[in-house]
Design a protein. Structure first.
Length: 401
């Protein structure tokens, strides 16, 4: 909410600044309507560009493709609109070439970058992307390309006819600053028509339904997938059995270790009792039992604490704050998450919220991050770490970043 409010304030300041600049330079609506709206549209272009760049940066941060409806369709719309307004603006209206072709500075700076970038993304809809995402919904890339091409072909063609006087522009309140042919709109129209022709001409290759080679290739592909699935299931089963065997071995080792510790404690007690008897016999008022017990207690508590911190460290060479974020929602645990708790992957020790971890293991026995096999006993009864304890571990490891 804080970021959105900051952006809103920035956008408002930019628009107000352009508004006052328009009035200061004598471009009020009653003096120069085209000039006034040129400054307003320039401020809107700055705001749109900030949002456009932040959208691309966010997608790149998560290594996502740029198959987004707003980037392609919206970017093409911004390029077409500011290309058209290049014939009406009074600022940056210097034509780069003299003649019947209008290609001014306004079009080069404000329209061409959006047109060029959007046309590249539109071409990728035909060659690379299979889906275009609009929020949580997806659109078939080929269908989207047909719709976008037809829509903007109609707008460009309609404007060219209107600018050349073929269609009446009585509904339009603005007067053009030039009657020259808009080069950017013309090139955009020709490129879209070229794309549309490619869509119609380029079709997927068809094979005969009675081709034995095709049938045998398909069957062998199915057999290969079945074998791969069987191998995967068997390897997962072996991995789970190995994990259970390791778990049993770990329990046995801990059991023997506890027995050895108890035997050592009994042996130390006997030694201390012998020392006490000897000191009483020699009338020496020194006792070595209590300090040694305290040292051993402090040593054991310190080693236990270090072991807990090591068990909460993600398995990675270089630690960062992102390594302590939830692997599902990418959110850092906070005190407000105290009722949820944290679960660590037994393989890579990366954290996840308890509820999100349980939702995941209902459909998969593999870790979402390291693809390690999670044992069935751990899925049924995962070890839950309180958020406060995990934050203490994070503060400890943060010193080593």
């Amino acid at each position: 909410m804080k970021v959105n409010l900051t952006k809103f304030i920035i956008y408002l300041v930019v628009l107000l600044l352009n508004f006052f600049i328009a009035l200061f330079t004598g471009n009020s609506p009653d003096q120069s309507l085209n000039g006034f709206f040129s400054f307003i549209f320039l401020g809107i272009w700055i705001c749109i560009s900030i949002e456009y760049v932040s959208k691309i940066k966010k997608l790149r941060e998560y290594s996502s493709s740029l198959n987004n409806f707003a980037l392609i369709f919206g970017g093409l719309g911004v390029g077409v609109f500011y290309g058209i307004w290049g014939d009406y603006t009074t600022i940056l209206s210097e034509n780069t070439n003299s003649g019947n072709i209008n290609f001014n500075t306004w079009i080069i700076i404000l329209a061409i970058p959006y047109m060029f970038f959007s046309m590249i993304l539109l071409f990728l809809c035909l060659t690379k992307y299979t889906s275009i995402y609009l929020g949580n919904k997806s659109i078939y890339a080929r269908t989207f390309m047909i719709f976008a091409s037809i829509f903007y072909i109609f707008i460009n063609f309609f404007y060219l006819l209107m600018s050349q006087g073929v269609i009446s522009d009585t509904f339009w309140i603005f007067d053009p600053e030039t009657s020259a042919l808009n080069l950017a709109i013309l090139l955009n129209l020709l490129t879209l028509i070229f794309y549309f022709i490619i869509i119609i001409v380029k079709r997927r290759p068809r094979t005969s339904r009675f081709s034995m080679n095709r049938v045998s290739s398909r069957l062998s592909n199915i057999d290969r997938r079945i074998r791969d699935a069987d191998n995967y299931v068997s390897s997962a089963r072996r991995g789970e059995e190995n994990a259970q065997a390791q778990e049993r071995q770990e329990k046995e080792r801990k059991k023997h270790q506890k027995e050895r510790e108890r035997e050592n404690v009994r042996r130390r007690k006997r030694q201390e009792q012998e020392r006490i008897k000897q000191t009483k016999a020699k009338k020496v008022k020194k006792s070595y039992s209590q300090p040694r017990i305290q040292r051993s207690t402090s040593t054991s508590s310190t080693s236990s604490r270090k072991k807990q911190l090591l068990m909460m460290r993600p398995k990675t060479g270089q630690l960062s704050k992102d390594d302590f974020k939830c692997i599902f929602c990418f959110e850092f645990p906070t005190i407000s998450d105290g009722h949820r708790g944290i679960v660590l992957c037994p393989n890579c020790r990366y954290p996840a919220h308890v509820d999100e971890f349980k939702n995941w293991v209902r459909t998969s026995n593999l870790c979402s991050r390291c693809d390690g096999v999670i044992s069935s006993s751990f899925r049924r009864n995962p070890k839950i770490i309180p958020v406060k304890e995990y934050l203490k571990a994070y503060k400890f490891w943060k010193k080593k970043f």
